[in-house]
Design a binder for this molecule. Structure first.
Ligand code: UGA
Length: 434
């Protein structure tokens, strides 16, 4: 099938490459001509494990092309995926202007039997509203608008697409439902559960899934706090509850609070929808506050534990990305914690294997280093904020030899407490005192 994907961001690029891999002929379009030029030259403007290779393979096979020209690409397509950004508005609701602009631009050029498929995360009712907008632009000639939310995690997006837990296909007419079935036929043949429902329900699935996962994280972070206060060990509690099949072991690692481009934005939109619809989502509203407070509380913990001295404290932050496997720093704990450390008078050094460049823009005054031992040179304390493998395998002897102090915060619980203590560190993990 001939497909167009509008938006060459994280979701658009991954979706384009994976749809091409399924055998479709895909044109990925973006209005940012410089981004398209990079892609046409064989480059990839984001880091995602395996994406470069998958794009190269499908470009070479002639199944994946890039264009800055929306209208011809959309005009030839059997289906057009909209994968443009839906940022937060100040009131927490999402801003649909990018999606509406894209729909307006292509409304007159798409074939009457083409299907517009919303991939971007949008609140329930958006597909139906977009259908009305497109029909108006076309002088009353309606086209089918479907909803096909993505459940990709950054860092494992390709595997998440190819071996998805489920595919959610939202359509309000036979044309949309049939087109989605045909697009995903190769994955349906691999027995991936394929759920058909209305567009509004598909849109709600996406928000409910992210809100639920975020609640799971908020809950385990609260239990970790409780373990700290009562002398318990969150690791035992996680093993104990995770084996209950109704709870499950995943998404139970306590940390510095969730970040990224999805959970913070989607929980805010979910709460805003609840307010607007008269069905307040109190749990999620409370979670949003808790998650922000958590980052501030952990910054204060570092400041308190370092204490005051005659000279300014120095601290090395290891990990700026909101999680490992990505160069994305959106709403990462580092962006809250580091400015608070600086405001307390500390000098902050930082290292991240991938995300320093993206973080530099938001973190003035930070001394970035390409080498984590260099970043830890002469510091009073080091703080692991992202669970990169490189930090799991820190050479603790070397770390001890370069640091001035011996305070080690592990906000991802990835270090071996016995090893850390053996090298003379004061160890500060999350949810246990070892
Ligand atoms: C999330 C969802 O997991 C995807 O299913 C969804 O498609 C995506 O949002 C989206 O809406 O596009 P992502 O933001 O890439 O994916 O990252 P996650 O792996 O879910 O992590 C989110 C945050 O939770 C990170 O800050 C991570 O460090 C944190 N986390 C995750 C924990 O602190 N503990 C855990 O056990 C798991």
């Amino acid at each position: 099938m001939k497909l167009a994907v509008v938006g060459a961001g994280y979701v658009g690029l991954t979706t384009s490459a994976c749809l091409a891999e399924l055998g479709h002929s895909v044109t990925c379009v973006d209005s940012d001509a410089s981004r398209i030029a990079i892609l046409q030259g064989g480059g990839v403007p984001i880091y995602e494990e395996g994406l470069h290779e998958l794009m190269q393979k499908n470009r070479a096979a002639g199944r994946l092309t890039f264009s800055a020209d929306l209208r011809p690409a959309a005009g030839h397509a059997d289906a057009i995926f909209l994968a443009v950004g839906t940022p937060s508005r100040p009131d927490g609701d999402i801003d649909l202007s990018h999606i509406e602009t894209a729909a307006r631009q292509l409304a007159r050029d798409i074939r009457h039997d083409a299907v517009l498929i919303i991939k971007s995360t949008v609140v329930a009712g958006t597909a139906r509203n977009l259908g009305r907008l497109v029909a108006r632009e076309r002088g009353g000639d309606a086209v089918s608008v479907a909803s096909n939310p993505e459940f990709l995690r950054e860092g494992t997006a390709i595997a998440d697409f190819m071996t998805a837990d489920r595919i959610v296909a939202g359509a309000d007419d036979d044309l949309g439902a049939d087109r989605l079935r045909r697009i995903y036929a190769p994955l349906r043949a691999r027995d991936i559960p394929y759920l058909e429902m209305s567009t509004a329900d598909a849109e709600m699935v996406k928000y409910a899934a992210n809100a639920f996962l975020a609640l799971k994280l908020g809950f385990i972070n609260n239990v970790a706090d409780l373990c700290e206060s009562t002398g318990g060990d969150i690791r035992n509690v996680v093993s104990g509850i995770g084996l209950d099949r109704r709870i499950g072991p995943s998404f139970l690692s306590p940390g510095p609070g969730y970040g990224g481009s999805c959970f913070p934005k989607d929980t805010r939109a979910f709460a805003a929808l609840g307010k607007r619809a008269g069905a307040r989502q109190w749990l999620v509203e409370r979670l949003i506050e808790d998650n922000e407070a958590r980052k501030r509380k952990l910054a204060q913990r570092i400041i308190d534990d370092m204490g005051k001295g005659g000279r300014p404290r120095r601290v090395a932050v290891l990990g700026l990305a909101f999680k490992s496997g990505t160069d994305d720093v959106r709403e990462s704990a580092a962006l809250t914690i580091i400015p608070l450390l600086q405001a307390s008078g500390a000098i902050v050094h930082a290292h991240d294997p991938r995300a320093s460049r993206a973080a530099a823009e938001f973190l003035p005054g930070v001394r970035f280093s390409d080498d984590c031992y260099h970043a830890c040179g002469d510091v009073d304390a080091a703080v692991v904020l992202t669970e990169w493998d490189e930090y799991r395998h820190l050479d603790l002897r070397r770390l001890a030899s370069v640091m001035r102090g011996r305070l080690l915060f592990d906000f991802r619980n990835i270090l071996d407490p016995a090893e850390v203590s053996r090298h003379g560190f004061r160890y500060r993990p999350i949810g246990h005192s070892t």
